[in-house]
Ligand binder design. Structure first.
Ligand code: C5P
Length: 237
Protein backbone atom coordinates (compact mmCIF):
# COMPACT_ATOMS: atom_id res chain seq x y z
CA UNK A 1 0.00 0.00 0.00
CA UNK A 2 1.47 3.38 -1.02
CA UNK A 3 2.19 6.11 1.52
CA UNK A 4 -0.98 8.08 2.12
CA UNK A 5 -3.24 5.16 1.21
CA UNK A 6 -3.71 4.09 4.81
CA UNK A 7 -5.56 7.30 5.53
CA UNK A 8 -8.93 7.95 3.97
CA UNK A 9 -10.23 11.49 4.35
CA UNK A 10 -14.00 11.86 4.80
CA UNK A 11 -15.39 14.60 2.55
CA UNK A 12 -18.31 15.41 4.85
CA UNK A 13 -19.41 18.59 3.03
CA UNK A 14 -22.42 19.37 0.88
CA UNK A 15 -21.00 21.55 -1.90
CA UNK A 16 -18.77 20.45 -4.74
CA UNK A 17 -16.61 23.57 -4.39
CA UNK A 18 -15.85 22.71 -0.76
CA UNK A 19 -15.01 19.14 -1.71
CA UNK A 20 -12.76 20.35 -4.52
CA UNK A 21 -10.87 22.72 -2.22
CA UNK A 22 -10.19 19.90 0.22
CA UNK A 23 -9.11 17.47 -2.48
CA UNK A 24 -6.81 20.06 -4.05
CA UNK A 25 -5.16 20.82 -0.73
CA UNK A 26 -4.81 17.20 0.30
CA UNK A 27 -4.06 15.27 -2.85
CA UNK A 28 -0.27 15.62 -2.58
CA UNK A 29 -0.46 13.45 0.55
CA UNK A 30 -3.87 11.69 0.58
CA UNK A 31 -4.93 9.26 -2.13
CA UNK A 32 -8.40 8.06 -1.01
CA UNK A 33 -11.45 10.22 -0.23
CA UNK A 34 -14.69 9.04 1.33
CA UNK A 35 -17.94 10.26 -0.17
CA UNK A 36 -20.88 9.66 2.15
CA UNK A 37 -24.61 10.31 2.12
CA UNK A 38 -24.37 14.08 2.55
CA UNK A 39 -22.09 14.83 -0.39
CA UNK A 40 -23.62 12.15 -2.60
CA UNK A 41 -27.17 13.29 -1.92
CA UNK A 42 -26.17 16.88 -2.63
CA UNK A 43 -23.95 16.43 -5.67
CA UNK A 44 -24.40 12.85 -6.87
CA UNK A 45 -21.96 11.26 -9.28
CA UNK A 46 -20.27 14.63 -9.91
CA UNK A 47 -18.57 14.22 -6.54
CA UNK A 48 -17.20 10.84 -7.61
CA UNK A 49 -16.02 12.26 -10.94
CA UNK A 50 -14.34 15.17 -9.16
CA UNK A 51 -12.22 12.92 -6.93
CA UNK A 52 -11.29 10.61 -9.80
CA UNK A 53 -10.46 13.52 -12.11
CA UNK A 54 -8.00 14.74 -9.50
CA UNK A 55 -6.22 11.40 -9.73
CA UNK A 56 -7.50 10.08 -6.38
CA UNK A 57 -9.56 7.04 -5.36
CA UNK A 58 -13.15 7.00 -4.10
CA UNK A 59 -14.51 5.24 -1.03
CA UNK A 60 -18.28 5.40 -1.62
CA UNK A 61 -19.89 5.04 1.79
CA UNK A 62 -23.61 4.71 1.05
CA UNK A 63 -24.12 1.59 3.18
CA UNK A 64 -26.37 -0.29 0.76
CA UNK A 65 -29.13 -2.38 2.38
CA UNK A 66 -31.92 -3.69 0.17
CA UNK A 67 -33.10 -6.88 -1.50
CA UNK A 68 -30.22 -8.84 -3.06
CA UNK A 69 -31.18 -7.94 -6.64
CA UNK A 70 -31.09 -4.19 -5.98
CA UNK A 71 -27.82 -4.22 -4.03
CA UNK A 72 -26.31 -6.44 -6.72
CA UNK A 73 -27.24 -3.82 -9.34
CA UNK A 74 -25.98 -0.94 -7.17
CA UNK A 75 -22.66 -2.76 -6.67
CA UNK A 76 -22.36 -3.33 -10.39
CA UNK A 77 -22.98 0.39 -10.90
CA UNK A 78 -20.29 1.23 -8.32
CA UNK A 79 -17.78 -0.92 -10.21
CA UNK A 80 -18.87 0.73 -13.42
CA UNK A 81 -18.14 4.15 -11.93
CA UNK A 82 -14.59 3.10 -11.04
CA UNK A 83 -15.23 3.19 -7.30
CA UNK A 84 -12.24 1.91 -5.31
CA UNK A 85 -14.14 0.75 -2.21
CA UNK A 86 -17.76 0.82 -1.06
CA UNK A 87 -19.97 -0.29 1.83
CA UNK A 88 -23.09 -2.33 2.47
CA UNK A 89 -24.90 -3.39 5.65
CA UNK A 90 -24.08 -6.97 6.60
CA UNK A 91 -27.60 -7.18 8.11
CA UNK A 92 -28.75 -7.44 4.49
CA UNK A 93 -27.84 -11.12 4.76
CA UNK A 94 -25.64 -13.71 3.04
CA UNK A 95 -27.37 -13.70 -0.33
CA UNK A 96 -27.30 -9.91 -0.64
CA UNK A 97 -23.62 -9.74 0.33
CA UNK A 98 -22.49 -12.52 -1.96
CA UNK A 99 -24.43 -11.40 -5.01
CA UNK A 100 -23.25 -7.84 -4.56
CA UNK A 101 -19.57 -8.76 -4.14
CA UNK A 102 -19.69 -11.13 -7.13
CA UNK A 103 -21.42 -8.55 -9.32
CA UNK A 104 -18.91 -5.81 -8.48
CA UNK A 105 -15.99 -8.10 -9.37
CA UNK A 106 -17.60 -9.37 -12.57
CA UNK A 107 -18.33 -5.84 -13.73
CA UNK A 108 -14.77 -4.70 -12.97
CA UNK A 109 -13.39 -7.70 -14.87
CA UNK A 110 -15.67 -6.96 -17.83
CA UNK A 111 -14.25 -3.43 -17.95
CA UNK A 112 -10.68 -4.64 -17.23
CA UNK A 113 -10.70 -2.46 -14.10
CA UNK A 114 -9.24 -3.24 -10.73
CA UNK A 115 -12.02 -4.91 -8.67
CA UNK A 116 -13.47 -2.62 -5.99
CA UNK A 117 -12.99 -3.48 -2.32
CA UNK A 118 -16.37 -4.51 -0.97
CA UNK A 119 -16.79 -3.67 2.72
CA UNK A 120 -19.44 -4.59 5.27
CA UNK A 121 -20.86 -2.48 8.06
CA UNK A 122 -21.91 -4.44 11.15
CA UNK A 123 -23.58 -2.74 14.12
CA UNK A 124 -23.44 1.04 13.96
CA UNK A 125 -21.33 2.41 16.78
CA UNK A 126 -24.23 4.65 17.75
CA UNK A 127 -26.08 1.50 18.92
CA UNK A 128 -25.75 -0.09 22.35
CA UNK A 129 -27.23 -3.36 23.66
CA UNK A 130 -30.49 -1.59 24.56
CA UNK A 131 -30.92 -0.11 21.06
CA UNK A 132 -30.41 -3.57 19.61
CA UNK A 133 -33.11 -5.04 21.84
CA UNK A 134 -35.49 -2.29 20.72
CA UNK A 135 -35.13 -3.50 17.12
CA UNK A 136 -35.56 -7.13 18.14
CA UNK A 137 -31.94 -8.26 18.30
CA UNK A 138 -31.15 -10.01 21.57
CA UNK A 139 -27.60 -10.60 22.70
CA UNK A 140 -24.75 -8.17 23.04
CA UNK A 141 -23.33 -5.78 20.45
CA UNK A 142 -20.01 -7.66 20.64
CA UNK A 143 -21.60 -11.01 19.79
CA UNK A 144 -23.63 -9.51 16.98
CA UNK A 145 -20.55 -7.79 15.51
CA UNK A 146 -18.60 -11.06 15.62
CA UNK A 147 -21.41 -12.95 13.91
CA UNK A 148 -21.80 -10.34 11.16
CA UNK A 149 -18.05 -10.17 10.54
CA UNK A 150 -17.96 -13.93 9.98
CA UNK A 151 -20.97 -13.66 7.68
CA UNK A 152 -19.23 -10.95 5.64
CA UNK A 153 -16.04 -12.97 5.34
CA UNK A 154 -17.91 -16.10 4.31
CA UNK A 155 -19.88 -14.17 1.68
CA UNK A 156 -16.61 -13.07 0.07
CA UNK A 157 -16.42 -9.44 1.14
CA UNK A 158 -12.95 -7.89 1.26
CA UNK A 159 -13.35 -6.43 4.71
CA UNK A 160 -15.35 -4.60 7.29
CA UNK A 161 -15.79 -1.13 8.80
CA UNK A 162 -15.23 -1.31 12.56
CA UNK A 163 -14.58 1.04 15.44
CA UNK A 164 -11.16 1.03 17.05
CA UNK A 165 -12.65 -0.74 20.11
CA UNK A 166 -13.63 -3.69 17.95
CA UNK A 167 -10.47 -4.02 15.88
CA UNK A 168 -8.37 -6.34 18.03
CA UNK A 169 -11.29 -8.69 18.69
CA UNK A 170 -12.14 -8.85 14.97
CA UNK A 171 -8.49 -9.35 13.96
CA UNK A 172 -8.47 -12.58 15.96
CA UNK A 173 -11.41 -14.14 14.13
CA UNK A 174 -10.71 -13.27 10.48
CA UNK A 175 -8.03 -14.14 7.95
CA UNK A 176 -5.11 -11.75 7.86
CA UNK A 177 -5.99 -10.41 4.40
CA UNK A 178 -9.51 -9.43 5.54
CA UNK A 179 -9.45 -5.62 5.70
CA UNK A 180 -10.47 -3.56 8.70
CA UNK A 181 -11.37 0.07 8.03
CA UNK A 182 -11.59 2.19 11.17
CA UNK A 183 -13.30 5.57 11.73
CA UNK A 184 -13.45 7.44 15.04
CA UNK A 185 -9.76 8.31 14.87
CA UNK A 186 -8.40 11.21 16.88
CA UNK A 187 -4.73 12.19 17.06
CA UNK A 188 -3.81 13.21 20.63
CA UNK A 189 -3.67 16.87 19.53
CA UNK A 190 -7.16 16.95 17.91
CA UNK A 191 -10.60 17.79 19.34
CA UNK A 192 -12.76 14.75 20.03
CA UNK A 193 -15.92 16.59 18.84
CA UNK A 194 -18.86 14.14 19.01
CA UNK A 195 -16.71 10.99 18.78
CA UNK A 196 -16.57 9.28 22.16
CA UNK A 197 -14.73 5.99 21.87
CA UNK A 198 -11.69 7.06 19.91
CA UNK A 199 -8.15 5.84 19.21
CA UNK A 200 -5.10 7.65 17.90
CA UNK A 201 -4.00 6.72 14.37
CA UNK A 202 -1.01 4.77 15.66
CA UNK A 203 -3.10 2.86 18.24
CA UNK A 204 -5.68 1.86 15.64
CA UNK A 205 -3.03 0.53 13.28
CA UNK A 206 -1.27 -1.33 16.07
CA UNK A 207 -4.56 -3.00 17.00
CA UNK A 208 -4.85 -4.31 13.44
CA UNK A 209 -6.65 -1.69 11.33
CA UNK A 210 -5.62 -1.52 7.67
CA UNK A 211 -7.18 1.83 6.81
CA UNK A 212 -8.14 4.82 8.96
CA UNK A 213 -11.08 7.07 8.11
CA UNK A 214 -10.37 10.58 9.32
CA UNK A 215 -12.61 13.59 8.90
CA UNK A 216 -12.51 16.69 11.03
CA UNK A 217 -9.03 16.22 12.59
CA UNK A 218 -7.82 16.91 9.05
CA UNK A 219 -10.60 18.76 7.23
CA UNK A 220 -11.44 21.24 10.02
CA UNK A 221 -7.84 22.40 10.47
CA UNK A 222 -6.59 25.71 9.05
CA UNK A 223 -3.99 23.71 7.15
CA UNK A 224 -5.47 20.28 6.31
CA UNK A 225 -2.37 19.15 4.42
CA UNK A 226 -0.10 19.89 7.38
CA UNK A 227 -2.48 17.94 9.67
CA UNK A 228 -2.47 14.97 7.29
CA UNK A 229 1.32 15.07 7.06
CA UNK A 230 1.62 15.20 10.81
CA UNK A 231 -0.55 12.07 11.10
CA UNK A 232 1.42 10.30 8.38
CA UNK A 233 4.62 11.06 10.25
CA UNK A 234 3.14 9.81 13.53
CA UNK A 235 2.15 6.50 12.00
CA UNK A 236 5.39 5.92 10.16
CA UNK A 237 7.55 6.92 13.14
O1 C5P B 1 -14.90 13.92 11.41
P1 C5P B 1 -14.73 12.51 11.85
O2 C5P B 1 -13.29 12.03 11.86
O3 C5P B 1 -15.46 12.20 13.11
O4 C5P B 1 -15.43 11.71 10.64
C1 C5P B 1 -15.81 10.48 10.79
C2 C5P B 1 -16.27 9.84 9.50
O5 C5P B 1 -16.32 8.45 9.76
C3 C5P B 1 -17.64 10.27 9.06
O6 C5P B 1 -17.66 10.33 7.63
C4 C5P B 1 -18.56 9.16 9.55
O7 C5P B 1 -19.56 8.83 8.61
C5 C5P B 1 -17.63 7.97 9.65
N1 C5P B 1 -18.00 7.04 10.74
C6 C5P B 1 -17.90 7.34 12.09
N2 C5P B 1 -18.21 6.44 13.06
C7 C5P B 1 -18.63 5.26 12.70
C8 C5P B 1 -18.78 4.92 11.36
C9 C5P B 1 -18.44 5.85 10.40
O8 C5P B 1 -17.51 8.43 12.46
N3 C5P B 1 -18.90 4.40 13.63
Amino acid sequence: MARGEKIIVALDVSRLEEAEKLVDKLRPVIKIFKIGSELFTSCGIEAVDLVRRKGCKVFLDLKYHDIPYIVMKASKAAANQGIHMFTMHTLGGASMLKRAADAAREEAARLSNEPPLVLGVTVLTSHNDKDMQSVGISGSVDDEVARLVKLAEKAGLNGIVASAQEVSRIRKIVKKEFLIVTPGIRPSWAQKADQKRVATPKEALEMGADYLVIGRPITAQDDPKAAAEKILQEISG
